[in-house]
Design a protein around this ligand. Structure first.
Ligand code: SF4
Length: 510
C-alpha cells in the first residue's frame, strides 16, 4: 500500500482557549464502519466518512468517564465532579489504583473525589454556589496540590460558569483549580474526554521549562507497569510516566523532557502535539513499541531525539538475539490459532501488530471509534496506516462503539479461538459465546521485546481456559430475539454512510 500522506498541517493547538474542540469535529472521528483496513485508511485520507446515526443503541460511555480515568489518579490532587452523583460512577468503578501503584513500585495513593451532587433545583437556580462550597470542602478535607473540576451534561446544559469560579478560587487558594469541559452530550466520541483533561493540565498546570532534561522521556500511559523504564534505561534514558500516578509537580515539568512518547495515539496525540507546538518538546512520531518492528523503529526515533543514535542499533541487535528462543517457542504454541480484537482505536492496531508478529490467524478487528486524521497531522501518527504498511490488508475491519448486540453477531461470524479486548466489560460478550477472552488491561506489560513474549505466554494460558468458557456459555441465555439472530447485517440499525439509504431500519427488538 502507498503510505498515506496527509499533506496538511498539524492541528494547531490553542491553549488560550478554555476548551479543546471535540474529536467529532477536530479529527472527523466516526463510530461505525464495516469493511477492510485498507479501505478505511483510503476513505479516511479523503475524509469520506461521517458520524452516522443509528435507530437503536444499547449503551455508551461518555467523555466525563475518560476525564475521570486520568484525573482521579493524579497523586495528591483532588477532583470535584460538578455533576449528579451518578456521573461519578464510571471513574469510581474503574479504579484499580491499589493494584497499579504496587505494579509501578510506588507508595499507596489516596483517591480524593467529591461530587456536587447536582439536583433538580440546581438545574433551575444554577449550581455555582454548590460548586464553590464543594471546591472549598475539597481543599479543607484533602489539602490537595491541585483541584480538577469536571463538568457534566447537567452543568453544561444549565450553563454554569465553571471557568469563572475556578479562576477565582485558584487565586484565593493558591493552587491550580483546573476546569475540565467534558460534558457527555458534547461529543459522541468518549475519547474527547482525554483531550479535555489534558487541555486543563496544559493550560493551568504545565509551566515553561526551567532546565531541559535531555535524558528524560515523557510517556503518556494509563496506570501501567514500569516496562518502558528498563527498555529506555538501556539507552541511558529515564521515563516520566504521566499522567495517572504522577504528582502535580511532575506535570508542571512536562515541558522539560527531551521528547514525548505514548502508549497509544488515541490517548495522547493531543498533549504530545501541544507540548511540541508550545514548548518545542518533540513528539516521537513512530508507532508505539508494540511488536518487533514497531519497537525497533520507536527506539530509533527516541534515540534520534535524545542523541543516542550511536547506541541504538547495537541495542536492537542484542535484544533480538536475547528474545529469539522464547519468541520462537510461543509462536510455535500459538500457530494457527484464530483471534479477534475488540479494543480502542489505536491500541487495537498495536495489538494487531503484535498478534501478527506472533503468527496468529487474525480473524478481524473491531475498534471503538476511528479518528480520520491526527493532531500531529503526519502519516507517521496514523496507526491504522502504519499497521497496513507493516502487516498488509486486514479484510474484516469494523468500527462499533461497544454495542453488545452488534459485537455478538460479529464474534459469531468470526468464530475465533480467542478474543482479546481492552475493556473489562466486553469480556462478558465473549464469555457468553464460549470464547476464551483475555482483557489486555495493563497495556504497558506488552511493550517492547519482552512484552511481546509476555503477551504470547498470556495468550497460550488463556486458550487453555476454553472448556471453562464453553461451560459458562452452556448456562447463558441469549438476550436477543430470533429475529435479530437471523439478521445478516450487524449494522442493520445504522444509517448507511456515503450513498446508502437515508432511512433507518426500525427492526423488531421485542
Ligand atoms: S456527563 Fe452526561 S453522559 Fe456522562 S455520565 Fe453524566 S449525564 Fe451521563
Amino acid at each position: 500500500m502507498n503510505r498515506m500522506v496527509y499533506g496538511e498541517r498539524a492541528y494547531m493547538v490553542n491553549l488560550e482557549l478554555s476548551e479543546v474542540e471535540v474529536r467529532d469535529r477536530r479529527l472527523k472521528s466516526i463510530i461505525s464502519y464495516q469493511g477492510s483496513a485498507r479501505d478505511l485508511c483510503e476513505r479516511s485520507q479523503k475524509r469520506q466518512l461521517h458520524l452516522t446515526e443509528r435507530s437503536f443503541g444499547q449503551c455508551s460511555d461518555c467523555s466525563q468517564g475518560c476525564s475521570q480515568t486520568l484525573t482521579y489518579v493524579i497523586r495528591g490532587a483532588a477532583v470535584v465532579d460538578h455533576a449528579p452523583i451518578g456521573c461519578s460512577a464510571p471513574g469510581a468503578t474503574n479504579l484499580t489504583v491499589d493494584v497499579s501503584t504496587k505494579a509501578r513500585g510506588l507508595p499507596p495513593q489516596k483517591v480524593q473525589v467529591l461530587s456536587t451532587n447536582i439536583q433538580e433545583k440546581d438545574t433551575v437556580y444554577g449550581g455555582l454556589e454548590k460548586l464553590r462550597a464543594t471546591i472549598l470542602e475539597a481543599k479543607r478535607r484533602f489539602d490537595p496540590t491541585a483541584i480538577f473540576v469536571l463538568s457534566s451534561c447537567a452543568a453544561g446544559i444549565v450553563g454554569d460558569d465553571i471557568e469563572s469560579v475556578t479562576g477565582e478560587l485558584q487565586e484565593e487558594l493558591g493552587i491550580p483549580v483546573v476546569p475540565v469541559f467534558c460534558e457527555g452530550f458534547k461529543s459522541r466520541i468518549w475519547s474527547s474526554g482525554f483531550d479535555a483533561a489534558f487541555h486543563g493540565i496544559l493550560t493551568r498546570i504545565v509551566k515553561p521549562p526551567v532546565k531541559k532534561q535531555m535524558d528524560l522521556v515523557n510517556v503518556f500511559n494509563f496506570e501501567g507497569s514500569d516496562t518502558f523504564g528498563p527498555l529506555l534505561g538501556k539507552l541511558g534514558l529515564r521515563v516520566n510516566y504521566v499522567v495517572p500516578l504522577a504528582d502535580v509537580e511532575v506535570l508542571e515539568k512536562l515541558s522539560e523532557a527531551a521528547c514525548t512518547a505514548h502508549i497509544c495515539e488515541t490517548l495522547a496525540m493531543y498533549p504530545a502535539a501541544a507540548l511540541e507546538q508550545k514548548y518545542g518538546v518533540p513528539e516521537v512520531k513512530a508507532p508505539p513499541p508494540f511488536g518487533i518492528d514497531w519497537t525497533d523503529n520507536w527506539l530509533r526515533e527516541v534515540a534520534r531525539l535524545t542523541g543516542k543514535d550511536a547506541l541504538v542499533e547495537d541495542l536492537i541487535r542484542s535484544e533480538h538475539e536475547r528474545v529469539r528462543e522464547a519468541l520462537d517457542q510461543v509462536r510455535e504454541e500459538l500457530r494457527g490459532k484464530r483471534i479477534y480484537i475488540f479494543a480502542g482505536d489505536s491500541y487495537a492496531h498495536s495489538i494487531a501488530n503484535m498478534l501478527l508478529d506472533l503468527g496468529l490467524d487474525l480473524r478481524g478487528i473491531t475498534t471503538l471509534h476511528h479518528d480520520q486524521t491526527t493532531d500531529g497531522g503526519t502519516d507517521s501518527l496514523d496507526s491504522l496506516g502504519n499497521l497496513v504498511a507493516s502487516k498488509g490488508e486486514i479484510g474484516n475491519y469494523t468500527v462499533c462503539n461497544k454495542q453488545p448486540y452488534q459485537v455478538f453477531k460479529l464474534l459469531k461470524a468470526a468464530r475465533p479461538d480467542i478474543l482479546i479486548v481492552r475493556h473489562m466489560n466486553m469480556t462478558i460478550v465473549g464469555a457468553k459465546l464460549g470464547i476464551p477472552t483475555m482483557n489486555d488491561g495493563d497495556v504497558n506489560i506488552s511493550a517492547g521485546y519482552d512484552g511481546l513474549v509476555r503477551l504470547g505466554k498470556r495468550l497460550v494460558d488463556a486458550i487453555k481456559t476454553k472448556r471453562l468458557f464453553e461451560n459458562v456459555a452452556r448456562h447463558c441465555e441469549s438476550p436477543y430475539t430470533t429475529w435479530w439472530l437471523e439478521q445478516e447485517d450487524p449494522f442493520y440499525f445504522e444509517k448507511k454512510d456515503a450513498g446508502g439509504s437515508e432511512n433507518f431500519n426500525e427492526g423488531n427488538m421485542e
